[in-house]
Design a binder for this molecule. Structure first.
Ligand SMILES: CC(C)(COP(=O)(O)OP(=O)(O)OC[C@H]1O[C@@H](n2cnc3c(N)ncnc32)[C@H](O)[C@@H]1OP(=O)(O)O)[C@@H](O)C(=O)NCCC(=O)NCCS
Length: 173
């Protein structure tokens, strides 16, 4: 892993300069600039969210966020949001570190993970034991799919409800 290290921090413990660096990294890939990313971050990122960050020297080169969702004050699932590796640091196995760490957190909390991605990313997530959720309802875009980790069908919460909750959380990027 060379000089890079993995940090896991909740929002409330995240230093401002690290937030700036995360926003900078996100603007490398998504269409919004760092300033817009910061506005989005302030508005949508709750204190309890978990941030997995790969630092190389002083630079944030990898990032992933887990957004917690509760029913009746009990943690119900983690929305796996954004996984991103700096263009210059790809193919070094850093995304593997982020995926394994996220899976470990989800497993430890005895909940399930949920994500929405483009179809072409399913091969990547399948490598880390995420499964495509077959669902007839709710996905509006044909290019998008749901994927889950440690999901049991017996959940009291229907998939379509999860999707409506996610929409309300504020869309990423
Ligand atoms: C997807 C991304 C995070 C992968 O990062 P990376 O540093 O290149 O990946 P790693 O080197 O850690 O690769 C880990 C494994 O995933 C595989 N992999 C990487 N990208 C993949 C892809 N797009 N599809 C399928 N497998 C992929 C690698 O081959 C490797 O497998 P191996 O262990 O069998 O060799 C990176 O390309 C990225 O940031 N992309 C832009 C953001 C993005 O699209 N994020 C997903 C949003 S849904």
């Amino acid at each position: 892993m060379s000089s890079a290290k993995l940090l896991t921090v909740k929002t409330k413990k995240l230093k401002k300069n690290i937030i700036d660096k995360i926003c900078h990294l996100k603007s490398q890939h998504y269409k919004y600039n760092p300033k817009q990313q910061k506005i989005w971050f302030k508005k949508n990122v709750k204190d309890s969210y978990v941030h997995n960050i790969i630092m190389s020297k002083q630079k944030v080169v990898g990032y992933n966020c887990l957004r917690d969702f509760y029913i009746k004050k009990k943690l119900f699932f983690y929305l796996f949001d954004t996984i991103l590796i700096d263009n210059h640091f790809r193919k070094h196995g850093y995304s593997k570190l982020l995926m394994n760490k996220s899976n470990q957190i989800i497993k430890k909390k005895k909940v399930f993970g949920f994500l929405i991605c483009n179809k072409n990313m399913q091969k990547f997530y399948k490598k880390f034991q995420w499964k495509v959720l077959k669902s007839k309802n709710s996905i509006k875009s044909k290019k998008k799919i749901y994927m889950t980790y440690l999901f049991k069908n017996k959940t009291i919460f229907e998939v379509k409800n999860i999707y409506s909750v996610i929409e309300k959380l504020g869309n990423d990027k």
